[in-house]
Each structure stands twice: as C-alpha cells, then as structure tokens.
Design a binder for this molecule. Structure first.
Ligand SMILES: *[C@@H]1O[C@H](CO)[C@@H](O)[C@H](O)[C@H]1NC(C)=O
Ligand SMILES: *[C@@H]1O[C@H](CO)[C@@H](O)[C@H](O)[C@H]1NC(C)=O
Ligand SMILES: *[C@@H]1O[C@H](CO)[C@@H](O)[C@H](O)[C@H]1NC(C)=O
Ligand SMILES: *[C@@H]1O[C@H](CO)[C@@H](O)[C@H](O)[C@H]1NC(C)=O
Length: 224
C-alpha cells in the first residue's frame, strides 16, 4: 500500500510539472508577434518591434469586441479613434502625448482556445486583405492583445495593432514602463503579461485533480 501511495505522489508531481511547463512557458501574444516577424522576414521585410504599450491597447480593443463574436467565429468590430485615445490609452497608463499612429488593425475571434499558429493562419491572416496588411512597409511596431470573454470558456478575441510611428518614443507606459496592471487577458511586449489570475485558476484546477485522486485512493484502501 505504501508503494502505491508513493507511486501516486510521483505520478501526480510529474503530471503537475508537465502541465505547468506545457501551459505556462510563454505568452501566446508574444508567440504571435514572433510568427508575424517570421512571416515578414520570409518575405524580406523588416521585423516589427514589440511594443508593450501598443499591446495593452490591443488588449483593450479585444475586450471591447467581446460581444461581437458570432457563433460561427466571425466578427465585425471597429472601435473608434476616440475609444483608442479616450478609453484604451488611459486604461493602460499609456502617456497620451506619446500615442502614435495606428497604421492597421486586425480583430478576430474563435470559440476555441487556439494555439498561436492556428490563430495566425485560421483567424487573423486568412484572407488577402489582412495578409497584405501584414506585409505593409509602413509599419514599425506591433502590439497584440488576447482576451477570453468568460472565465472557463470562449469566445477568445485577438486584436493585432500595427503602428507606423517611431519605435521607443511612442505608446510609452507610465510608472516607468509598467503601466496599469491588467486583470484579464494577455498582451505582447512584456515578458510576463498574462494576468496571474487566469494562471492561478488553471493551475488550481490541476491541483484539485490530484487532491481528488488522493481522496479516491484513501477511500478505496479504507474500504478494503
Ligand atoms: C458591436 O456590434 C454592435 C451591434 O452590431 C455594433 O453596434 C457595435 O458598433 C459593434 N462594436 C464595435 C466596437 O464595432
Ligand atoms: C500601407 O499602410 C499605409 C498606412 O496605413 C497605407 O497608406 C498604404 O496604402 C498601405 N500600403 C499598401 C501597399 O497596402
Ligand atoms: C505568411 O502568412 C500567410 C498568411 O497566413 C501564409 O499564407 C504564408 O504561407 C506565410 N508565409 C510564410 C513564409 O510563413
Ligand atoms: C529601442 O530600445 C531598445 C532597448 O532599449 C534598443 O535596443 C533599440 O535599439 C531602440 N530602437 C530604436 C529605434 O531606438
């Protein structure tokens, strides 16, 4: 019985380690920026710099569009220029005088949580129009936000913002570049910009599975 118990502990820790490392090794918004830059360099275009200020604004854009995702994963959502400067920038702590020029945006949604490469080719850059936007020479920076409308299910919303403004002097976040902490979602440009809240609940549910396994184990041995 002790042996089974030890085996169970080992299994559970392996399981947890695997889950934690597979699910939380990176930020999917940063992975998407990497895919965009790989695609651009493959077409001999310069890489875009990954701007956290623009990324946070993109997260606000994704959040604003959450009600506009249809059941067949289509979306029609066009936040106004005023929304960008009057709502999104202040919500992020982007210093308003540094708000640059948005030279393109792509919004997409899906009811399933897709991998970054699925989101890239099946949601964001699947038609000619968005693909030509991806290869536009006037962009200098990019920011991506990913928002999940409900705690444990979709729809998931992606917003990609391109800017033609000069890198490093635009979309500056206050509080020494930290800006205002976001409670929900993920955005690109900071190494760890997925909200902690989401992560902890995900990990907690796997811990719960292990606790359940232990309870079942003890019940079954005590009934013997
Ligand atoms: C979302 O859809 C509604 C209803 O079609 C529309 O009135 C609204 O403008 C859309 N939101 C945005 C930000 O485009
Ligand atoms: C690239 O974007 C700029 C700014 O948005 C636009 O004026 C221009 O027409 C675009 N170029 C192409 C080739 O689509
Ligand atoms: C770039 O993205 C487009 C649109 O998804 C895709 O058709 C093309 O194959 C990609 N190119 C490379 C080199 O990844
Ligand atoms: C922007 O800042 C980064 C890091 O501070 C630096 O490596 C990069 O050269 C700067 N880019 C421009 C265009 O100034």
């Amino acid at each position: 019985m002790l042996k089974t118990f030890v085996n169970l502990i080992v299994l559970c820790s392996l399981f947890l380690a695997a889950v934690v490392s597979s699910k939380h090794h990176g930020n999917p918004a940063d992975d998407l920026v990497e895919l965009i830059n790989m695609n651009r360099t493959a077409h001999k275009l310069p890489e875009l710099s990954n701007s956290p200020g623009l990324g946070c604004v993109a997260l606000q854009c994704a959040e604003e569009c959450q009600a506009n995702c249809t059941s067949d994963n289509a979306i029609n959502c066009h936040p106004s220029a005023d929304d960008f400067t009057e709502i999104f920038a202040p919500n992020c702590g982007v210093e308003l005088p540094t708000f640059g020029t948005i030279s393109g945006h792509v919004v997409g949604c899906h009811h399933k949580d897709l991998t970054p490469s699925e989101a890239f080719s099946n949601v964001l850059f699947r038609d000619k129009k968005s693909f030509s936007l991806l290869g536009n020479r006037s962009h200098n920076e990019v920011g991506i936000g990913i928002f999940r409308a409900h705690k444990h299910k979709g729809p998931y919303l992606w917003c990609v913002l391109f800017s033609s403004s000069q890198t490093n002097t635009t979309f500056v976040l206050d509080d020494l570049g930290r800006g205002i902490k976001q409670i929900k979602g993920c955005y690109s440009g900071l190494s760890d910009a997925c909200s902690r809240q989401n992560r902890n609940t995900d990990q907690a549910s796997y811990v719960n599975i292990c606790v359940m396994l232990f309870i079942i184990f003890f019940l079954s041995t005590s009934l013997r």
